[in-house]
Design a binder for this molecule. Structure first.
Ligand SMILES: NC(=O)c1ccc[n+]([C@@H]2O[C@H](COP(=O)([O-])OP(=O)(O)OC[C@H]3O[C@@H](n4cnc5c(N)ncnc54)[C@H](OP(=O)(O)O)[C@@H]3O)[C@@H](O)[C@H]2O)c1
Length: 325
């Protein structure tokens, strides 16, 4: 009989959930089996997980009954929501409720809820330092996740609240990589002043989550923050300069300027960076580097991540790279 405990992973074909699946599946001696949850078991990514040994099960987090089926018999559940799919904090809250209900229904023994700060605890709605968005949020994609924490605690679920950090993959997929300015120079733009931005290789989130599942009781009811590096915009630009072999400068704009860029989510992200800037000690303090590395000894730094990923960062190639650096 297979004595392995099942970990049901939401977002298994995505960054966070995918990392959780791979961390478990790559550990041959793990006492766990992976139930990879996806809307489409026929996708290439789902098939890849199956090939690695996962049980692939279809779920839609907007469909409460499908979640109950997906969590049935699971020891653990990794729960995450996908704000950028719909830009709706209300939908995120409803999805978190569906997951918490399903985890309760299935009597899951350990839930990891991938959450973020409800920034309104530090910047109340009436605070005019940053605009209120969507009527009642400061950083919608943070606030709804933080607000959803109570959905897990109220149900008495054995939950670890996992505070993640800015993925460095945003430089690859989220339009945050270096851009060439009109003066011909490359710039990364962040409204962070001289404050530090905690960052992480998204794959490391999964490794940390796996360590949390393994260590179990120690982390139930706890909030755990993780990061691979705390770097200023200037330090990130210097690391990019070294890795890419061409100068990248830090374009330090004000949060107001950033909010005005007009791309979908610009105001939300402008407020997010302002929160991280203005509450640096709170935000970095919640994501200790020493603790993160103790949890996941192979945690990447920005430098090691860049060494692996520099060729995936979409920028115009300048003469230094072309000359073979
Ligand atoms: N970018 C950052 O720096 C950062 C940092 C911290 C936290 N976050 C948060 O991370 C969250 C996103 O996580 P991620 O980056 O792991 O996502 P992701 O890589 O975009 O993956 C999303 C996955 O979720 C699945 N999915 C989407 N809608 C679904 C639904 N209705 N039901 C079931 N599965 C669904 C999709 O899989 P299928 O198509 O296979 O169903 C997709 O592969 C966001 O809420 C964001 O706020 C982001």
């Amino acid at each position: 009989m297979d004595e392995k405990k099942i970990i049901a992973v939401i977002g298994a074909t995505g960054a966070q959930g995918g990392g959780v699946c791979r961390a478990i599946l790559k550990d041959a001696g793990s006492g766990y089996r992976v139930r990879a949850l996806t809307r489409n078991a026929g996708s290439d990514k789902a098939k890849e997980l199956k090939k690695l040994g996962a049980e692939v099960v279809e779920v839609d987090i907007d469909d409460a009954e499908s979640l109950k089926r997906a969590f049935h018999g699971a020891h653990g559940a990794f729960c995450v929501t996908f704000f950028w799919e719909h830009f709706s904090p209300e939908k995120e809250l409803a999805e978190a409720k569906n997951m918490a209900d399903a985890a309760k229904h299935a009597d899951v023994r350990h839930v990891i809820w991938s959450t973020l700060e409800d920034t309104r605890e530090w910047v109340p709605i009436g605070d005019r330092r940053m605009p209120t968005l969507m009527g009642k949020y400061k950083v919608p994609h943070f606030d709804a996740k933080g607000e959803a924490n109570h959905l897990f605690t109220e149900r008495g679920l054995p939950t670890t609240f996992l505070l993640t950090s800015f993925y460095w993959e945003n430089l690859i997929y989220f339009g945050m990589g270096p851009k060439r300015g009109e003066d011909g120079n490359l710039y990364i733009t962040l409204p962070m002043g001289d404050r530090k931005l905690p960052g992480i290789a998204s794959e490391d989130i999964g490794k940390c989550a796996y360590a949390i599942f393994r260590r179990g009781h120690e982390f139930i009811g706890k909030t755990v923050g993780i990061s691979g590096d705390h770097l200023t915009g200037g330090q990130m630009a210097a690391a990019l300069t070294k890795a890419l072999g061409q100068e990248v400068r830090y374009n330090d704009v004000s949060p107001d300027v950033y909010r005005g860029y007009g791309f979908p989510g610009a105001e939300d992200l402008g407020n997010m960076f302002q929160f991280k800037r203005d509450f640096e000690s709170v935000f970095c303090g919640a994501r200790s580097l020493g603790f993160s590395r103790a949890l996941n000894p192979s945690m990447q730094t920005f430098e090691t991540w860049l060494a692996e990923n520099r060729d995936r960062i979409p920028i115009e190639k300048g003469p230094l790279r072309a000359s073979g650096e």
